[in-house]
Write a new protein. Structure first.
Length: 325
Protein backbone atom coordinates (compact mmCIF):
# COMPACT_ATOMS: atom_id res chain seq x y z
CA UNK A 1 0.00 0.00 0.00
CA UNK A 2 1.12 3.55 -0.73
CA UNK A 3 2.38 5.27 2.44
CA UNK A 4 1.84 8.79 1.06
CA UNK A 5 -1.20 10.52 2.56
CA UNK A 6 -3.29 13.07 0.67
CA UNK A 7 -2.78 16.55 2.11
CA UNK A 8 -6.54 17.14 2.04
CA UNK A 9 -8.12 13.75 2.73
CA UNK A 10 -5.32 12.67 5.10
CA UNK A 11 -5.65 9.12 3.74
CA UNK A 12 -3.51 7.06 1.38
CA UNK A 13 -5.75 4.41 -0.21
CA UNK A 14 -6.60 6.61 -3.22
CA UNK A 15 -3.20 8.26 -3.61
CA UNK A 16 -1.23 7.22 -6.71
CA UNK A 17 2.20 8.16 -8.02
CA UNK A 18 1.67 10.64 -10.88
CA UNK A 19 5.07 11.66 -12.23
CA UNK A 20 8.62 12.71 -11.51
CA UNK A 21 9.07 16.34 -10.44
CA UNK A 22 10.39 18.58 -13.22
CA UNK A 23 12.62 21.55 -12.43
CA UNK A 24 12.34 24.88 -14.22
CA UNK A 25 15.94 25.73 -13.32
CA UNK A 26 18.24 22.79 -12.73
CA UNK A 27 20.23 24.63 -10.09
CA UNK A 28 17.13 24.54 -7.87
CA UNK A 29 17.70 20.84 -7.21
CA UNK A 30 19.22 21.87 -3.86
CA UNK A 31 15.79 23.15 -2.77
CA UNK A 32 13.57 20.47 -4.36
CA UNK A 33 15.70 17.34 -4.25
CA UNK A 34 14.08 13.88 -4.28
CA UNK A 35 10.48 15.09 -4.60
CA UNK A 36 7.89 13.28 -6.71
CA UNK A 37 4.29 14.13 -7.58
CA UNK A 38 1.35 12.15 -6.25
CA UNK A 39 -2.35 12.50 -6.99
CA UNK A 40 -5.37 11.70 -4.83
CA UNK A 41 -8.05 10.13 -7.01
CA UNK A 42 -10.67 10.90 -4.38
CA UNK A 43 -10.34 14.72 -4.29
CA UNK A 44 -8.33 15.27 -7.51
CA UNK A 45 -5.54 17.04 -5.63
CA UNK A 46 -1.87 16.57 -6.57
CA UNK A 47 1.11 17.34 -4.37
CA UNK A 48 4.78 16.64 -3.86
CA UNK A 49 6.35 14.12 -1.53
CA UNK A 50 8.61 14.24 0.35
CA UNK A 51 8.00 17.87 1.34
CA UNK A 52 11.19 19.91 0.80
CA UNK A 53 13.09 21.05 3.85
CA UNK A 54 11.35 24.07 5.45
CA UNK A 55 14.60 25.92 6.05
CA UNK A 56 15.61 25.49 2.41
CA UNK A 57 12.22 26.72 1.20
CA UNK A 58 12.33 29.77 3.46
CA UNK A 59 15.73 30.71 2.08
CA UNK A 60 14.56 30.14 -1.49
CA UNK A 61 11.55 32.47 -1.15
CA UNK A 62 13.41 35.10 0.83
CA UNK A 63 16.51 35.38 -1.35
CA UNK A 64 16.18 33.48 -4.64
CA UNK A 65 12.67 33.27 -6.07
CA UNK A 66 12.27 36.89 -7.23
CA UNK A 67 15.88 37.49 -8.21
CA UNK A 68 15.88 39.69 -11.31
CA UNK A 69 18.26 37.39 -13.18
CA UNK A 70 16.00 34.34 -13.15
CA UNK A 71 12.36 33.48 -14.02
CA UNK A 72 9.68 34.54 -13.40
CA UNK A 73 10.95 38.10 -12.98
CA UNK A 74 14.06 38.11 -15.15
CA UNK A 75 12.37 39.91 -18.08
CA UNK A 76 11.82 42.97 -15.91
CA UNK A 77 14.27 45.68 -16.82
CA UNK A 78 14.67 47.62 -13.57
CA UNK A 79 13.12 48.78 -10.30
CA UNK A 80 10.89 51.34 -11.99
CA UNK A 81 9.52 48.65 -14.31
CA UNK A 82 8.64 46.51 -11.30
CA UNK A 83 6.53 49.31 -9.89
CA UNK A 84 4.61 49.62 -13.18
CA UNK A 85 3.56 45.98 -13.24
CA UNK A 86 0.33 46.77 -11.42
CA UNK A 87 -0.96 48.06 -14.79
CA UNK A 88 -0.42 44.71 -16.54
CA UNK A 89 -3.45 42.99 -18.04
CA UNK A 90 -3.58 40.28 -15.38
CA UNK A 91 -3.87 42.83 -12.57
CA UNK A 92 -6.54 44.79 -14.42
CA UNK A 93 -8.35 41.48 -14.98
CA UNK A 94 -8.23 40.80 -11.23
CA UNK A 95 -9.49 44.31 -10.57
CA UNK A 96 -12.46 43.86 -12.91
CA UNK A 97 -13.34 40.44 -11.50
CA UNK A 98 -13.12 41.49 -7.86
CA UNK A 99 -15.02 44.76 -8.15
CA UNK A 100 -17.75 43.10 -10.20
CA UNK A 101 -18.52 40.56 -7.48
CA UNK A 102 -17.74 42.51 -4.29
CA UNK A 103 -18.75 46.00 -3.17
CA UNK A 104 -15.24 47.19 -2.31
CA UNK A 105 -16.58 50.49 -0.97
CA UNK A 106 -17.71 48.50 2.10
CA UNK A 107 -14.31 46.88 2.61
CA UNK A 108 -11.75 48.39 4.99
CA UNK A 109 -9.08 45.91 6.12
CA UNK A 110 -7.42 43.64 3.56
CA UNK A 111 -4.87 40.89 4.14
CA UNK A 112 -2.78 40.02 1.08
CA UNK A 113 -1.26 36.55 1.53
CA UNK A 114 1.83 36.21 -0.64
CA UNK A 115 1.54 39.87 -1.58
CA UNK A 116 4.73 40.02 -3.63
CA UNK A 117 4.94 43.64 -4.72
CA UNK A 118 1.30 44.32 -3.77
CA UNK A 119 0.24 45.07 -7.34
CA UNK A 120 -3.47 44.34 -6.98
CA UNK A 121 -3.66 46.11 -3.63
CA UNK A 122 -1.98 49.18 -5.09
CA UNK A 123 -4.43 49.19 -8.02
CA UNK A 124 -7.40 48.80 -5.67
CA UNK A 125 -6.28 51.64 -3.45
CA UNK A 126 -6.10 53.98 -6.46
CA UNK A 127 -9.89 53.67 -6.65
CA UNK A 128 -10.73 52.88 -3.01
CA UNK A 129 -8.47 54.99 -0.75
CA UNK A 130 -10.18 53.78 2.44
CA UNK A 131 -8.50 50.38 2.13
CA UNK A 132 -5.83 49.40 4.65
CA UNK A 133 -3.47 46.65 3.50
CA UNK A 134 -1.63 44.06 5.57
CA UNK A 135 0.58 41.18 4.49
CA UNK A 136 3.21 38.69 5.64
CA UNK A 137 5.92 38.95 3.01
CA UNK A 138 9.50 37.88 3.77
CA UNK A 139 10.91 38.21 0.24
CA UNK A 140 13.69 40.78 0.50
CA UNK A 141 13.07 41.88 -3.10
CA UNK A 142 9.53 43.05 -2.29
CA UNK A 143 9.88 44.89 1.01
CA UNK A 144 10.83 48.32 -0.35
CA UNK A 145 7.92 48.50 -2.82
CA UNK A 146 5.45 47.20 -0.22
CA UNK A 147 6.58 49.94 2.17
CA UNK A 148 6.16 52.57 -0.54
CA UNK A 149 2.64 51.25 -1.14
CA UNK A 150 1.74 51.58 2.54
CA UNK A 151 1.45 47.87 3.31
CA UNK A 152 1.77 46.84 6.97
CA UNK A 153 4.02 43.80 6.82
CA UNK A 154 3.67 41.33 9.71
CA UNK A 155 6.45 38.81 9.13
CA UNK A 156 4.82 35.83 10.84
CA UNK A 157 1.19 35.12 9.99
CA UNK A 158 0.82 33.37 13.34
CA UNK A 159 1.29 36.75 15.04
CA UNK A 160 -1.85 38.15 13.39
CA UNK A 161 -4.90 38.41 15.64
CA UNK A 162 -6.87 40.95 13.57
CA UNK A 163 -9.99 40.26 11.52
CA UNK A 164 -10.14 41.18 7.85
CA UNK A 165 -12.94 42.05 5.45
CA UNK A 166 -11.06 40.63 2.48
CA UNK A 167 -8.21 38.12 2.13
CA UNK A 168 -6.38 38.04 -1.20
CA UNK A 169 -4.20 35.09 -2.18
CA UNK A 170 -3.07 35.08 -5.81
CA UNK A 171 -0.67 32.35 -6.95
CA UNK A 172 0.56 31.68 -3.45
CA UNK A 173 -1.36 28.56 -2.39
CA UNK A 174 0.47 26.38 -4.95
CA UNK A 175 3.71 27.17 -3.12
CA UNK A 176 2.39 25.84 0.19
CA UNK A 177 3.37 22.41 1.50
CA UNK A 178 -0.13 21.74 2.93
CA UNK A 179 -3.65 23.22 3.02
CA UNK A 180 -3.74 24.21 6.71
CA UNK A 181 -3.47 27.90 5.73
CA UNK A 182 -7.24 27.76 5.16
CA UNK A 183 -7.70 27.14 8.89
CA UNK A 184 -5.77 30.34 9.60
CA UNK A 185 -7.81 32.22 6.99
CA UNK A 186 -10.97 31.01 8.75
CA UNK A 187 -9.83 32.62 12.00
CA UNK A 188 -8.72 35.85 10.29
CA UNK A 189 -11.86 36.43 8.22
CA UNK A 190 -14.72 38.60 9.45
CA UNK A 191 -18.09 36.77 9.48
CA UNK A 192 -19.18 38.63 6.33
CA UNK A 193 -15.71 38.70 4.77
CA UNK A 194 -14.39 37.33 1.46
CA UNK A 195 -11.41 35.31 0.25
CA UNK A 196 -10.29 35.96 -3.34
CA UNK A 197 -7.93 33.30 -4.70
CA UNK A 198 -6.31 32.22 -7.95
CA UNK A 199 -4.11 29.16 -8.53
CA UNK A 200 -2.98 27.12 -11.54
CA UNK A 201 -5.61 24.68 -12.81
CA UNK A 202 -4.01 21.22 -12.62
CA UNK A 203 -6.28 18.30 -13.54
CA UNK A 204 -4.53 15.11 -14.57
CA UNK A 205 -4.39 16.15 -18.23
CA UNK A 206 -2.54 19.37 -17.30
CA UNK A 207 0.57 17.35 -16.52
CA UNK A 208 0.83 15.96 -20.06
CA UNK A 209 3.44 18.03 -21.87
CA UNK A 210 4.14 20.54 -19.09
CA UNK A 211 7.79 21.67 -19.16
CA UNK A 212 8.29 21.94 -15.41
CA UNK A 213 6.65 21.92 -11.97
CA UNK A 214 8.97 23.91 -9.72
CA UNK A 215 8.62 25.78 -7.52
CA UNK A 216 5.03 24.58 -6.99
CA UNK A 217 4.26 22.06 -4.28
CA UNK A 218 0.46 21.78 -4.51
CA UNK A 219 -1.67 21.36 -7.64
CA UNK A 220 -5.35 22.32 -7.43
CA UNK A 221 -8.48 21.57 -9.43
CA UNK A 222 -12.12 22.61 -9.10
CA UNK A 223 -12.85 19.32 -7.33
CA UNK A 224 -10.09 19.81 -4.78
CA UNK A 225 -11.16 23.41 -4.11
CA UNK A 226 -14.69 22.15 -3.46
CA UNK A 227 -13.27 19.60 -1.01
CA UNK A 228 -11.25 22.28 0.81
CA UNK A 229 -14.26 24.60 1.01
CA UNK A 230 -16.34 21.83 2.58
CA UNK A 231 -13.56 20.79 4.96
CA UNK A 232 -12.95 24.31 6.30
CA UNK A 233 -16.62 25.35 6.18
CA UNK A 234 -16.49 27.90 3.36
CA UNK A 235 -19.06 28.47 0.65
CA UNK A 236 -17.98 29.21 -2.92
CA UNK A 237 -19.55 32.50 -3.94
CA UNK A 238 -18.03 32.32 -7.42
CA UNK A 239 -15.76 29.92 -9.29
CA UNK A 240 -14.23 30.63 -12.70
CA UNK A 241 -11.61 29.28 -15.10
CA UNK A 242 -9.33 31.99 -16.41
CA UNK A 243 -6.31 32.84 -18.61
CA UNK A 244 -5.05 30.96 -21.66
CA UNK A 245 -5.17 27.27 -22.53
CA UNK A 246 -2.96 24.48 -21.20
CA UNK A 247 -1.36 24.22 -24.63
CA UNK A 248 -0.49 27.93 -24.78
CA UNK A 249 0.64 27.89 -21.16
CA UNK A 250 3.03 25.01 -21.80
CA UNK A 251 4.35 26.67 -24.95
CA UNK A 252 4.98 29.94 -23.16
CA UNK A 253 6.74 28.13 -20.30
CA UNK A 254 8.97 26.21 -22.70
CA UNK A 255 10.02 29.28 -24.68
CA UNK A 256 10.77 31.14 -21.45
CA UNK A 257 12.74 28.22 -20.05
CA UNK A 258 14.81 27.77 -23.23
CA UNK A 259 15.53 31.48 -23.52
CA UNK A 260 16.68 31.62 -19.93
CA UNK A 261 19.01 28.67 -20.50
CA UNK A 262 20.55 30.32 -23.57
CA UNK A 263 21.08 33.62 -21.80
CA UNK A 264 22.34 31.93 -18.67
CA UNK A 265 24.83 29.88 -20.66
CA UNK A 266 26.14 32.96 -22.42
CA UNK A 267 29.51 34.32 -21.30
CA UNK A 268 27.72 37.62 -20.75
CA UNK A 269 25.43 38.21 -17.80
CA UNK A 270 21.73 38.87 -18.37
CA UNK A 271 21.91 42.52 -17.18
CA UNK A 272 24.89 43.06 -19.50
CA UNK A 273 22.96 41.63 -22.45
CA UNK A 274 20.03 43.91 -21.74
CA UNK A 275 22.22 46.99 -21.48
CA UNK A 276 24.28 46.26 -24.61
CA UNK A 277 21.68 44.63 -26.83
CA UNK A 278 21.19 47.75 -28.99
CA UNK A 279 24.90 48.15 -29.69
CA UNK A 280 27.08 46.25 -32.13
CA UNK A 281 27.11 42.69 -30.82
CA UNK A 282 28.03 39.22 -32.04
CA UNK A 283 25.53 37.33 -34.16
CA UNK A 284 24.89 34.83 -31.34
CA UNK A 285 23.71 37.64 -29.11
CA UNK A 286 21.52 39.00 -31.90
CA UNK A 287 19.82 35.59 -31.93
CA UNK A 288 19.30 35.85 -28.18
CA UNK A 289 17.68 39.21 -28.65
CA UNK A 290 15.41 37.78 -31.34
CA UNK A 291 14.35 35.04 -28.95
CA UNK A 292 13.77 37.66 -26.26
CA UNK A 293 11.52 39.63 -28.61
CA UNK A 294 9.73 36.44 -29.64
CA UNK A 295 8.86 35.80 -26.01
CA UNK A 296 7.63 39.37 -25.61
CA UNK A 297 5.54 38.91 -28.75
CA UNK A 298 3.99 35.74 -27.37
CA UNK A 299 3.02 37.65 -24.25
CA UNK A 300 1.33 40.32 -26.35
CA UNK A 301 -0.45 37.74 -28.50
CA UNK A 302 -1.86 36.15 -25.37
CA UNK A 303 -3.20 39.44 -23.94
CA UNK A 304 -6.70 38.79 -25.25
CA UNK A 305 -6.84 35.43 -23.47
CA UNK A 306 -6.46 37.08 -20.07
CA UNK A 307 -9.99 38.39 -20.61
CA UNK A 308 -11.53 35.24 -22.13
CA UNK A 309 -12.58 33.19 -19.12
CA UNK A 310 -14.39 29.86 -18.77
CA UNK A 311 -13.36 28.55 -22.17
CA UNK A 312 -12.98 24.94 -21.04
CA UNK A 313 -9.23 24.43 -20.69
CA UNK A 314 -8.01 27.62 -18.99
CA UNK A 315 -4.77 27.20 -17.10
CA UNK A 316 -5.91 29.06 -13.94
CA UNK A 317 -8.83 28.73 -11.55
CA UNK A 318 -10.09 31.56 -9.39
CA UNK A 319 -12.93 32.14 -7.02
CA UNK A 320 -14.37 33.90 -4.01
CA UNK A 321 -15.01 32.08 -0.75
CA UNK A 322 -17.25 33.25 2.07
CA UNK A 323 -18.08 31.75 5.46
CA UNK A 324 -20.66 29.00 5.30
CA UNK A 325 -23.18 30.22 7.85
Amino acid sequence: MNNVNCLICKENQNVKFLDEYKLEIQEDIKYFKDVKIYRCESCDFSFVDPIPNEEDLNYFYEHTYRSLNRPPYWLTENYDDLKKQYLEDKNLNYLLYLTTLIDISKIEKVYDFGAGYGDLGFALKKKFPQLKFFCSENDKHCIKILEERDYTNIENIEDINDKFDLIITLHSLEHMSDTSIFSKFKKMLNPDGYIFFEVPNCPKEYFDGRPYDSPHLSFYTKQSINKIAMLYKFKILNFSFSSYSFKDDHKFQKVSQNLYKKMNNSKFSLPYLKSKIKKIIPYSLIKLRQNFLKLKSMQNENRINWFANNTGDNCYIRGILVNDK
